[in-house]
Ligand binder design. Sequence first.
Ligand code: SAH
Length: 336
Amino acid sequence: MMLERDEIIRLLADEQNQQDLFKKADAVRKQYVGDEVHLRGLIEFSNICRNNCLYCGIRRDNPLLKRYRMSEEELIDTARKASEMGFKTIVMQSGEDMWFTRDRMCRIVEAIKKFDVAITLSVGERSYDDYKAWFDAGADRYLIRIETTDKNLYHHLDPGMTWQNRHECILALKEIGYELGSGIMVGLPQQSIASIADDLLYLKQVGVDMSGIGPFIPHPQTPLKDEAGGTLNLARRTMAVMRLLLPDINIPATTAMESLHPQGRILALQSGANVVMPNVTEGEYRRLYELYPGKICVDDTPLHCKTCIGAKIMSIGRKVGMGYGGHAGRLPHKPK
Ligand code: SAH
């Protein structure tokens, strides 16, 4: 659906009639992507990061965080177990940890691809040649949020990084042939509703295949610790408008939403979302990958998470997807 910027702003700001918006987004979701909810097994494999984003708990200058990095074997083993549990997509996310060189990631992707899964990478900004090599090794999808399209805000929040470079990474990933996941945070300090509307128009223009909306949650060990943060309802309205704008894309019910509300992901699934990414990281690592405080399920096991979310999905009359869950039915590609 094409919505004018003014109309998007009106919908984002209209708290009173948000239930109507949620219902509409839910109907569009049902019409375009059906009742299946696709699960992705999320592995958080390193919290070491070269960047210093003001909002992020794993930023370089957080000295209080105990750092970890999975070995190649550990990462591959975690992915194997997730595939044995039935996950058809494995998402590998980390800080920008350069120990994972181009070649090392290629080896990891090649090994995990043998488990008959779609592979999603989310390791931040890298070179075109890295992205290309990983795609050729078998990576199918890439998640990299633009975070905000307000360039001044971006440059304030991500010191040492440039908005232009992030944008170029997004264009490169599309060109190489990845299914592209992006998205934003809402409730960032100084972020206006109009700016969120611009973000949504950007995501539409880029042609994202997947897009996540998360509320910003202030982390006590970061410079933004005293900020207000985003609300579940603003995140939900943003997500719902995105469903109207991009009716057939994959939209995750984000973990950050559930951190603000015990039913956050279910509420998201009922207002436009069709994907959930249960955490399949094991042991202490779950707690240590702390982007924001109040992260859910840090003491649970991967199997517990999968069973729990599966039951929640069925309880609202939806089904757990059994396929790869690519955008518009797209299947994983063969490695070169
Ligand atoms: N290093 C990778 C992965 C980033 S972490 C990359 O650069 O893409 C994944 C996402 O968590 C980020 O893109 C950001 O949108 C979100 N995030 C980070 N800190 C957050 C916070 N305090 N509250 C909510 N979301 C946060």
